[in-house]
Design a protein around this ligand. Sequence first.
Ligand code: IFM
Length: 454
Amino acid sequence: MSILKFPENFIWGVATSAYQIEGAWNEDGRSPSHWDTFAHTPGKTRNGESGDVACDHYHRWPEDIALMASLGIQAYRFSVSWPRILPTGGSQVNQKGLDFYDKLVDGLLEKGIRPFITLYHWELPQTLQDLGGWPEREVVDHFVALADVVSRRLGDRVKDWITHNEPWCTSMLGHQIGQHAPGWQDWPAALKAAHHVLLSHGLAVPVIRANAPQAEVGIAPNYEPAYPLTRAPEDVEAARLWDGYFIRWFNDPLFGLHYPADMVALYETKKCLPHGLDFVQAGDMEAIAVPLDFIGVNNYTRQIMSGQISLNHVQTAASPNPNASYTEMDWEVYPNSLYDTLNRLHFHYHAPKIYVTENGCSYSDGPDGNGRIADQRRVDYFQGYLAGVHQAIGNGVPVAGYFIWSFMDNFEWARGYSQRFGIVYVDYQTQQRLPKDSAYWYKDVIKHNRLKTN
Ligand code: IFM
């Protein structure tokens, strides 16, 4: 057995998002978001499930943070629900909504848990969707207003801020693939949405810093690195294309490299950008490239790419790996995807500091007759990925913390409640929380700040 010690100030956390856990979808002045609309539309989510009740965290948060504290969790990454705070999107603040997060932050700090706030984890007020949503430049100003309102109120206590969760999902999964709200399949709209999400990030960062001078601000893209199936040129090319679509399109602008020229050319040829980058205005790219205090990494799996290149190949995974194990999301367990991503972010993009803001797996293990949840596969998954984090740190990559997705089972978007990512089991009938074996394993890791590997 070997012992992998983590740096002294390494932060061990858990993550959730508002719509996935809060419930109380129409309470205390919250207006519908585009996800409420989407989930309430027949056929959009598994069995028509929605976040209406979810884990009822809006009412049960004291119990939830007490449980976090009992596990020794040091940091909690959560998102704010935009329509709870600004029901019409822009200027009219709903005090009750803001009060909820104020109490949550105080509750966390009382327990010694460091709050990491994500401003946008996919809940656009429906009023803004009605204006056209993220493909409309107007939404950028509304997002900056949200950042202002929240950081003014909480910036005296919250030091860690994430503007957007997974811009690829907001833009491409929502507007090009159509699996998430608003459910469009429109390439040009998706690429405009991507630009406005990135721009809103860039313009919000200085606002947060002005309201909270001690703040560290970053963004949390998702990374599914592509590996070619073989060394054949067409496989290598397919991997390069996926990388351009999924990773470089978002990371290059964030790190001052503009949109990747090869992808711009391809998108123009394929009419995904029928008018080129006409939505990019003077100063936008500089704004997007505002220096970050940290980058968040959301990583779960990888893509193995092969075959001829067409735009459709950009959006579909190529080859399953017959030798690998898969989680219940059908995602390959591949610890090197995180290790490689961390190295790339530091050595290629020169990220100054990195948090793993999400890493986790869906397995549906439930309680046995004694109420024990033996989720050994989840423990094995974390062991593998965390060994990679440790190795990256050894290479000199400045990884400052790690957040498990997720603290508890919750609403997994289009897949409803069928997927369980939590280290805490939620019985959705009774709302009882039951820590799984992985929660006790994590408690031990945190307590000793180390990983034991075989
Ligand atoms: O549940 C999601 C989360 O909202 C964003 N990142 C991936 C998770 C698992 O799919």
